[in-house]
Design a protein around this ligand. Structure first.
Ligand code: SF4
Ligand code: SF4
Length: 437
């Protein structure tokens, strides 16, 4: 695989010096120059140094006959730790509940002491305060540890957070910290930026986890949320750096490939996407859901030489052009603002459009149909079916949309593309995968 290593040149050394003026941020490039394969950053209110690459355990390798390839997954996790990764991220629903026990096993034989564990409260499954204690004690058991280093409230958006607060989630976090069951508290987020800011302000979190990549600068928390959280001294973990792997496809759409070809240094699409994120000094760790040895190697190689603010203005411009081109390939100019909601019959308009755009950018119909069934089937919102075919063409949403999108017409396209007789089947499969059945 072709891999370009950015030399630690003068520009980077200047960056190192400048970094000292950025509060709470520390990289260890000197150690890296002596041969280590990893760089580390520090979150503002946390003393531990975290590897800039984290191992996300949501897409571990599978056996051909189905099920987790435990032996290979454990070897991959341990290999990453041996090469400096010290942040392992898992969650209750990953691999239908099999990820956490696998991580517990992988961290035996002395590996637990070398790394930090992050896992999450499955917020959509919580029905009351006692449930929260139940999940946490089960997770401690499954992970074979007495303390979760980084504990997150999983997949928050505005309404979910409000409902958890009514169930006393703040008391749960306080008690879990006081009793030492969790060390640091954070949340992961997939909603609107104003809700994100509110959640940031609602608790003295140590960190948060957001979806961020060069296509999502103005989507979900986006750059505005990233900067807001950093100003409030939260460490920031990044998920979906490659937008579900799509930005890292070895062969991107030809229009995008032509842009990368203009660059002075040859880099893979994944490298461009990761470097752009690490260029932000506010970012602590990027999570990568790795399941192939060559991807792990590629990511380790990139992570050993990426400093903040190290992309040149020319390179940043190329990334901007690539983002612009991807967006032109999108079918509908939806920003996910949710102003069109609620729809009187419950259509989940932003999610339907997000899937439509994803399909038109990356042309993976199988993935798009599955995602559509999950997102519009109400799994995460808990609001029930929100499929496009429910639309009764009342037109109520039209005047609310700041982008002037002819919503009912575009929903008809969504129905044609993604609604076949297997929608429910996909939803059931998704629920099984999330351990919700
Ligand atoms: S036109 Fe369709 S999507 Fe828009 S509010 Fe009415 S029913 Fe909902
Ligand atoms: S109001 Fe328009 S831009 Fe905003 S989520 Fe709805 S369709 Fe998308």
């Amino acid at each position: 695989m072709s891999q370009t290593h950015l030399p630690l040149n003068l520009k980077n050394l200047e960056t190192i010096i400048n970094l000292k003026t950025i509060p709470n941020l520390e990289t260890i490039p000197i150690k890296n120059m002596l041969g280590d394969r990893m760089l580390y950053r520090k979150m503002p209110n946390i003393k531990e140094k975290l590897s800039i690459l984290g191992f996300g355990c949501m897409r571990l390798p599978l056996l051909k006959k189905g099920g987790l390839d435990e032996k290979r997954a454990m070897a991959q996790i341990r290999h990453a730790i041996d090469n400096g990764v010290n942040y392992i991220d898992t969650a209750w629903p990953y691999h239908a509940g099999k990820s956490e026990p696998l991580v517990g096993k992988a961290l035996e034989d002395g590996y637990r002491e070398k790394t930090h564990i992050a896992t999450k409260l499955p917020s959509w499954m919580v029905k009351n305060r006692e449930h929260m204690d139940f999940f946490l004690s089960e997770q401690l058991r499954l992970l074979k540890t007495e303390q979760i280093d980084f504990y997150l409230i999983h997949n928050l958006a505005g309404p979910m957070w409000e409902s958890l607060k009514k169930m006393n989630v703040l008391d749960f976090i306080d008690k879990a910290k006081q009793t030492g069951k969790i060390k640091y508290a954070g949340f992961s987020f997939h909603g609107r930026v104003d809700d994100f800011k509110k959640i940031v302000d609602d608790y003295p979190w140590e960190f948060c986890q957001i979806q961020y990549n060069f296509l999502d600068e103005f989507h979900q928390a986006g750059t505005e949320g990233l900067e807001y959280a950093a100003k409030k001294n939260l460490g920031i973990i990044i998920m979906e750096p490659l937008r579900g792997g799509n930005l890292g496809l070895p062969v991107p759409p030809i229009e995008v490939n032509n842009i990368w070809k203009k660059a002075e240094h040859h880099r893979t699409p994944a490298e461009w996407a990761l470097r752009w994120i690490w260029d932000h000094p506010q970012v602590s760790v990027i999570l990568s859901g790795m399941n192939e040895e060559r991807h792990i190697e590629e990511n380790l190689n990139i992570a050993n030489n990426v400093l903040p603010a190290s992309l040149t203005s020319k390179e940043l411009d190329l990334v901007k052009q690539a983002a612009h081109t991807y967006k032109q390939l999108m079918k509908v100019g939806c920003t996910g603002c949710e102003y069109c909601l609620p729809c009187p019959v419950g259509v989940n308009i932003p999610s339907a459009f997000e899937v439509l755009n994803k399909y038109h950018m990356f042309k993976n119909m199988e993935e798009a149909k599955f995602m559509y069934a999950m997102r519009c089937g109400g799994i995460f919102s808990g609001l029930g079916d929100g499929y496009a075919s429910l639309c009764i063409q009342c037109g109520e949403c039209l005047e609310k949309c700041p982008q002037g999108i002819p919503i009912p017409d575009v929903l008809e396209e969504v129905v044609k593309e993604f609604e076949d007789d297997k929608v429910k089947e996909r939803l059931i499969m998704g629920k099984k995968m999330l351990n919700m059945e």
